[in-house]
Design a protein around this ligand. Sequence first.
Ligand SMILES: C[S@@+](CC[C@H](N)C(=O)[O-])C[C@H]1O[C@@H](n2cnc3c(N)ncnc32)[C@H](O)[C@@H]1O
Length: 278
Amino acid sequence: MSVLTETTFKRIADIARRRWGLSLGERKMQLVANRLTSHLRKSGGGEIEDYVSRLERNPTEDDMLVLFDILSTNVTSFFRDPAHFAFLERELYTGLAKGTLALPGKRLRIWSAACSIGAEPYSLAMQALELLPPAAGYDVKILATDLANKALVGCREGIYTESQLSGLSPERRAKFLIKAEPKPGSGEPRWRVKDEVKRLVEVRRQNLVEPYTGLGPFDVIFLRNVMIYFDRETRREVVMRMHGVMRPGAIIAVGSAETLSGLDVPLKAAAPSIYLRS
Ligand SMILES: C[S@@+](CC[C@H](N)C(=O)[O-])C[C@H]1O[C@@H](n2cnc3c(N)ncnc32)[C@H](O)[C@@H]1O
């Protein structure tokens, strides 16, 4: 049986930190061992040690993305952390809809950074459709980015099982999704996000620790539940890069268990886990 030694785990952790900013503490060792073993079993066997040596020698970008898929966690849900959506309704949409607040060129640009399989960007799109009447004349675009293949595939597909839709009210489900073919194999019922919602969302690959070339400026950024995987230095670098693509006054939300305090970044706290660029 293939085993993961402490030394090999440290070599993997080193790759993960350099490439993706992920901080893999020793508590993750068992999880990584299980995931690597399962991956090797499915892809024809072999030793973890040999697999890691191959990745260190001359990996292709695809090899690296497979490792990222193995190491990353994509847990997400629709309308996760409802207080963030309530903040947008109160501080942004109400003013835009009434005309008491205006954005340059009547463009609203939102970035769901680390969007996982799409629950977050599609929730943002649903909210925009609900709260911004066509008469307000806004052009809304939501950029959804992630690095993981499984996230990008899921996000582009926009098809979800019953359990993945648990955060969505029955009213929203009826309004924004249509019944899709059941999940192959299990027969589990599934729903597809309607085209009117998908149309607002552009899906792209972006590694958050690489330059944000051609992105922005954004009015809203959701950077939620991803910084927990980064060390302090990487968090600061990522938030500073985000700052560089935010319009003055733009809103950034981080996960409810995350904070920017102590990172020394030029953002002003506006509500729990919500900050503004001054
Ligand atoms: C737990 S999910 C959070 C999803 C969503 N933001 C939410 O709050 O529900 C974390 C996501 O971060 C992505 N991720 C981790 N490191 C990344 C990196 N360096 N660049 C881009 N995405 C990354 C993972 O692929 C994963 O989909």
